[in-house]
Design a protein around this ligand. Structure first.
Ligand code: MLT
Length: 264
């Protein structure tokens, strides 16, 4: 365990030998570090992998529930300091990508490469902000299980419910294990995040962009914007996957990640 600057505990795990290139995996909303299982299994012998639960998620404490993406970046930097890691590869999915994009904008010297999965640089539109408000109401009035069912339908491709029921179930459990305060607090942070589009041109590190071909939350068009904005970036569309591309097609996802990390 490690603490945020507000004193709340952050759960993290290290996998594989230290001394190798550190790769920090940043999970999406409202999951936890367990979503990176296929990547931890595939890469733990070759890299120093770090997974952690963002505040309000998994085993990390929810604190006061008043979050901004800036605080998630504080937590990430605090974790790197705690582990005495000066520079790392940041691999973030969706909200994890928002955190990675703001981290590289704020402290480019701490990042040696970026992997941006199923994510975007644009801030929430008015429509998206109103959807966050509706989601907070659902969590408050109907509870996390009702919220979780709607969210699962949005993040997995329809076929994944038949072909990967164990992954759908694992993600359902991750969502259900989060406290309502953590979920609502994170929805506020997502709605209030900054737009990182203008900062893309400043990204000078190798960048891999991955997106599920059926992702409707952060679709391939959003990945294209990242690809066009980040000079020299590499982009691949993952077949048979929606928003959870690392779980829905781990073979394709890991192959692209492996090829990319070999070059870092
Ligand atoms: C995520 O997977 O992190 C969320 O879907 C991101 C979002 O809702 O913007």
């Amino acid at each position: 365990m490690h603490s945020t600057r507000q004193g709340d505990r952050i759960a993290y795990a290290e996998h594989g030998p230290s001394g190798k290139i550190p790769v920090v995996f940043i999970h999406g909303f409202p999951f936890n570090q367990a979503m990176w299982k296929p990547q931890v299994q595939a890469f733990k012998n070759a890299y120093h992998l770090i997974t952690y639960d963002n505040r309000g998620h998994g085993q990390s404490e929810a604190g006061d529930g008043q979050y901004m993406i800036e605080f998630f970046v504080d937590d990430l930097m605090g974790l790197l300091d705690h582990l005495k890691i000066q520079k790392a590869v940041l691999c973030g999915l969706s909200m994890g990508g928002y955190i990675a994009l703001r981290a590289v904008e704020r402290t480019p010297e701490r990042v040696c490469a970026l992997v941006l999965c199923d994510t975007r640089c644009e801030a929430d539109s008015n429509e998206a902000k109103l959807k966050r408000a509706a989601a907070i109401i659902t969590v408050k009035e109907k509870g996390v299980p009702t919220f979780a069912e709607g969210f699962l339908k949005a993040v997995f491709a329809p076929k994944s419910f038949e072909t990967r029921p164990q992954d759908v179930e694992a993600v359902r459990k991750m969502i259900l294990s989060n406290p309502p305060l953590g979920i609502s607090g994170t929805l506020l942070a997502l709605a209030s995040r900054t737009d990182t589009t203008a900062a893309l041109a400043q990204i000078k590190v190798p960048t891999l962009i991955l997106v599920g071909d059926q992702d409707t939350i952060t679709p391939p068009a959003a990945a294209e914007t990242l690809h066009k904005g980040i000079a020299g970036s590499e982009m691949h569309v993952i077949p048979d996957a929606a928003h959870m591309s690392n779980l829905e097609n781990p073979e394709a996802f890991n192959q692209h990640l492996k090829d990319f990390l070999n070059k870092v």
